[in-house]
Design a protein around this ligand. Structure first.
Ligand code: ADP
Ligand code: MG
Length: 238
């Protein structure tokens, strides 16, 4: 089948931290394409540059060298307003769930809806509750994060990341703080929702137990992305 346009197309990307004599190259000639609906897992040792690459893809850091396109839009030399626009089209899930403690589960999700769209409050509430139900938290919509387990909090973070149906979800070690079963539940929910919505996922993990949800696995080592480790799925829609 003919490939669709990639969600992410990275060519010859380099990245450096520090200035002058302290300048150090962190990413070396990264090339990576991610297609709609594809689940890509990135593994690799701590300090190898995974979070740096994710923050560049997410428009959270400026591209210094090379080309990085999100749905055909070049991020190299992009204006701040373009980066803001791109960030609205990406769902983020971090190791720490980054929920706001003074908002309930529903309000945390609802804020993402209201930031992204011109939408009535009633509709935002409806969408947020539906999304929380789809991650199995219909009984917990009015709970505050402090009164929920780690796995439940991460499921709220997933609901928040996916409620606007973004074409891309970036997840940086989303199961690192969870026990085995909660971690498994969380990635299976991400996988199901992303497939339902056609969202691509780029997920960084050290957790070998969840590699099987990937369509493709890539490995970062010392700032170099090595060839795809394996192709698990044989029925990718490309
Ligand atoms: P990973 O996510 O794979 O653990 P990172 O992308 O966080 O790797 O870090 C890659 C390297 O860049 C590490 O050596 C880290 O110490 C360094 N680094 C990360 N962030 C910064 C920063 N803001 N300033 C300077 N060095 C950094
Ligand atoms: Mg990291």
């Amino acid at each position: 089948m003919i490939s669709k346009e990639p969600v992410i197309a990275i060519k010859s990307l380099n990245h450096y931290y520090g200035r002058g004599s302290l300048r150090r190259q962190i990413l070396f000639d990264i090339n990576l394409d991610i297609y709609p609906g594809e689940i890509v897992i990135m593994t690799g040792p701590s300090g190898s540059g995974k979070t740096t690459l994710l923050s560049l893809i997410g428009g959270l850091r400026s591209v210094q060298e090379g080309s990085l396109k999100f749905l055909g839009e070049e991020l190299y030399a992009a204006s701040q307003s373009k980066l803001v626009q791109i960030r609205r089209n990406i769902g983020y899930i971090f190791q720490a769930h980054n929920l706001l403690g003074f908002l309930t589960a529903r309000q945390n999700v609802q804020m993402a809806v209201e930031l992204s769209e011109n939408i009535s409050q009633a509709e935002a509430i409806k969408q947020s509750e539906a999304m929380l139900a789809s991650v199995g938290l219909q009984e917990r919509v009015n709970y505050y994060p402090d009164n929920l387990s780690g796995g439940q909090k991460q499921r709220i973070a997933i609901a928040r990341a996916l409620v606007n149906h973004p074409p891309l979800v970036l997840a940086d070690e989303p199961t690192a703080a969870l026990d085995k079963q909660s971690g498994r539940d969380v990635v299976e929910i991400m996988q199901r929702l992303a497939k339902d919505q056609g969202s691509a996922i780029l997920l960084v993990t050290h957790d070998n137990r969840i590699l099987d949800i990937a369509d493709r696995i890539v490995q970062m080592e010392d700032g170099l992305l090595t060839r795809d480790a394996q192709n698990i799925s044989t029925n990718q829609h490309k």
